[in-house]
Design a protein around this ligand. Structure first.
Ligand SMILES: [Zn+2]
Length: 265
C-alpha cells in the first residue's frame, strides 16, 4: 500500500514535469528512483510526525500569530542610566520588564520577538569603533526581520531634577503609526501607573532616535520611570511593581492593535 502510493506519486510528478525544460533529459528514466526515495522520505516523515503527536507538523505549519517586538534598551557595556540611591543599572531593569511583558503577551496568544534576552551589546559587520552604533544597527535588523504589528523599546528615565517622576512615551515625527502606539501606551500608563503612583500625566512626545525610525513598523519608546527619583527608583526595583507595569504595557499594546484594526487575539 505504502510503496504503491509512492509509485503513484512518482508517476504523477513525472507526468507533470515540464517537458520543454527537460527536453534533453528523460526525466522518467533518470529520476524515477531518486523521486521514489524522496517521496518515501517525505511521506515517512509525515506519518512519523502524526504518530508521535505531531510536534513536527506544528513546526511545519506557518505561524500566523501577530508578532510583537520588544526591545530591552541598552545592555552589555552600555548600562544606560543608573539609580541615584541603589545604583541599579537601567539595562538590567529594562530586560526584566521586557521579559515580563513578553511573557504576558505570549500568554495572550501573541508571538514575541526580542532584540535581546540577555545582558549583551551587539556588534555589526562593517561597523568598527562605535559600539553603540553597531548595536543599534543590529537591533534595527531584528525589527525589520520580525515585521511586527507593534514594537516597543523599554527604557528608564533620568532627569536633573529628582522631583520629576512617572512613565513617558516617545515616537518619531512623521511616523503616525508610531505616534498612535505611543499615545495608546501613554494613555494606559497615565491611567494604570502614573495616576496610581503619584506621578503626573504625560502626553506622548516626539524624539529623534534610531530605534523609532529604522523600520516602517509602529514603534514607540516607553520610559517606565525616573531612576533620578527615589520613589520611582524604589518602585522599579520592586518585582510586584514591575509586574503591574508590564501588565499595563501589554494592555496599551492591545489597545493600539484594536484601534488600528490589527489582528487582535
Ligand atoms: Zn535608556
Amino acid at each position: 500500500m505504502f510503496m504503491q502510493n509512492v509509485d503513484n506519486f512518482v508517476e504523477m510528478f513525472s507526468n507533470r514535469a515540464p517537458k520543454h525544460i527537460f527536453s534533453r533529459i528523460d526525466m522518467r528514466k533518470i529520476s524515477s528512483d531518486v523521486l521514489k526515495k524522496a517521496a518515501a522520505l517525505v511521506i515517512g516523515a509525515i506519518f512519523t510526525a502524526l504518530a508521535v503527536g505531531s510536534p513536527f507538523i506544528a513546526i511545519a505549519m506557518a505561524d500566523t500569530r501577530t508578532v510583537i517586538l520588544i526591545d530591552a534598551g541598552h545592555g552589555g557595556s552600555d548600562a544606560g542610566v543608573t539609580g541615584t540611591r541603589t545604583g541599579v543599572k537601567e539595562s538590567d531593569l529594562n530586560l526584566k520588564v521586557a521579559l515580563l511583558l513578553g511573557e504576558y503577551l505570549e500568554g495572550s496568544g501573541y508571538r514575541v520577538v526580542y532584540t535581546r534576552t540577555a545582558d549583551v551589546m551587539y556588534g555589526y559587520p562593517g561597523v568598527v569603533g562605535n559600539k553603540k552604533r553597531a548595536d543599534m544597527f543590529r537591533r534595527g535588523d531584528i525589527i525589520n526581520g520580525a515585521k511586527p504589528a507593534a514594537a516597543v523599546s523599554i527604557h528608564m528615565n533620568f532627569y536633573s531634577s529628582p522631583s520629576r517622576r512617572g512613565a513617558q512615551t516617545f515616537y518619531a515625527k512623521g511616523f503616525p503609526q508610531g505616534q498612535a502606539l505611543a499615545e495608546a501606551l501613554q494613555k494606559a500608563l497615565n491611567e494604570g501607573v502614573n495616576a496610581q503612583c503619584g506621578g503626573r500625566s504625560y502626553s506622548a512626545l516626539t524624539a529623534q532616535k534610531y530605534i523609532l525610525e529604522c523600520s516602517p513598523y509602529p514603534t514607540a519608546i516607553a520610559e517606565c520611570g525616573f531612576l533620578s527619583n527615589p520613589l520611582d527608583e524604589a518602585n522599579l526595583c520592586d518585582e510586584g511593581y514591575r509586574a503591574m507595569l508590564a501588565g499595563v504595557l501589554r494592555d496599551g499594546i492591545i489597545a493600539f492593535l484594536r484601534a488600528n484594526e490589527k489582528p487582535v487575539i
